[in-house]
Write a protein that binds this ligand. Structure first.
Ligand SMILES: CC(C)(COP(=O)(O)OP(=O)(O)OC[C@H]1O[C@@H](n2cnc3c(N)ncnc32)[C@H](O)[C@@H]1OP(=O)(O)O)[C@@H](O)C(=O)NCCC(=O)NCCS
Length: 213
């Protein structure tokens, strides 16, 4: 896209970014969505990294957003490596498949490298992220707290060899655990939208129950 601009998110963008997030996620993974409420709450959490929240602008409007949080991996000796996690990442439906998501990832990846970040670790669909260099968690022996290798746990190693062939447990920020009743209440502030089934919800249901042996 030729007229795409990426800039830090400002306080004055908060409402627009929540609306955009709701549009992008609505009915995609579940009927309705909770990511706009997540965006709303995460900004007040100590694990939220304000300097790493970016919006993409095109045609003088915000069309995409990426937000990062602090995360880490820990081994059995309690050695800890600080990492970054992004999410939500989203693009307005009518602006998807034009390179906006790629631009947001590339922009922030560059900043992470400049800041000597060891790795970016996310939970997401491999289809969206392997093209950006993310690899399977099992390749780096990184598990979830319940000792599993989810298909969606993806690692972008930025400091080569940092995981040193040891086993690590991934710890995402507790800010991602949100309360469904609060989501319902918060959603009332937005224009009414129909919650319905889409087959993408079944794809998601398969992905979140898929583990690498
Ligand atoms: C996932 C998401 C952020 C990707 O953003 P995006 O702007 O559509 O991403 P890109 O345009 O960079 O890439 C998407 C696809 O478009 C293709 N593409 C990029 N520019 C293109 C262009 N100019 N012409 C045609 N195709 C193009 C890419 O190659 C990619 O193709 P692929 O899926 O077949 O590999 C966006 O789809 C989204 O908001 N989805 C809903 C929310 C969501 O699921 N977020 C992620 C949570 S895990």
């Amino acid at each position: 896209m030729t007229n795409l601009k990426i800039r830090n998110e400002e306080v004055t963008d908060y409402q627009t970014v929540e609306e955009l997030t709701r549009e992008a996620f609505w009915n995609l993974y579940v009927p309705g969505c909770d990511e706009h409420y997540l965006v709303h709450t995460m900004r007040n959490h100590p694990d939220f990294i304000k300097e790493m929240a970016f919006v993409a602008e095109s045609d003088n409007k915000i069309v995409g957003s990426i937000m990062y949080t602090k995360s880490y991996v820990e081994n059995k000796n309690n050695d800890r490596i600080d990492t970054l996690t992004f999410g939500p990442l989203c693009v307005l439906p009518e602006y998807q498949r034009k390179g906006v998501g790629t631009a947001l990832i590339n922009h922030t990846k560059k900043i992470a490298i400049q800041n000597n970040v060891s790795a970016i670790i996310i939970l997401g669909d491999p289809h969206n992220y392997c093209k950006h260099g993310f690899k399977c968690c099992k390749d780096y022996k990184i598990t979830t707290k319940d000792n599993k290798f989810p298909v969606g746990l993806l690692i972008l190693e930025l400091e080569k060899g940092v995981f040193d062939n040891q086993y690590w447990t991934f710890h995402e920020s507790p800010l991602y655990a949100i309360n469904n009743e609060e989501v319902e209440e918060y959603d009332k502030k937005f224009p009414v939208k129909e919650k319905k089934y889409q087959y993408s919800q079944d794809l998601f249901g398969i992905l979140i129950r898929a583990y690498i042996e």
